[in-house]
Design a protein. Sequence first.
Length: 174
Amino acid sequence: MCVGAGLLVRALAAGVPIRRAVLWEPPYRATVDPHADDVLFADALDEHVAAGRRAQAVRAFLGQVLGLPMGHVTALRLRSGLWRALLTDAHVLARDVRVLGGLAVPERVASSIGVPVLVAAGDASPDWMRAAAAALAEAVPGSRHLVVHGQGHVPDPAVLADLVDRFAGVGAAG
């Protein structure tokens, strides 16, 4: 998922020996104030979950982090299987915000990455995800940005595998 892309950004910046990386829809918001107090927001999410208000935590995350209009959040509640999964995972939302070091694109961290990086997003994904991918690609020196036609936040595994193989040079004539 997108949090994994955020973790990989930090690993690459720390010098983990990876020669190149493909990041799919990093979990940042290009429009987030880099000085916003995301720790207080994470604390509020934890408080909702601890008080048994998992739905309120999910609504806050979807609205404030993902930027979904409340009408869309309400519509998600009608998809009972998806809503139940979101409620079940509500306890990890604050942890994700903390592990990422906040929601803003980590420009200083990204600027220290010294390996080739492809930052990709699907054209069927929300605008904010594509904007975050573009902003992260701009922050990583020498990186590439790609919008993949016909893909959303959860890409077709075959499409993603082909993208990774092409970027890694697998199967290229040598």
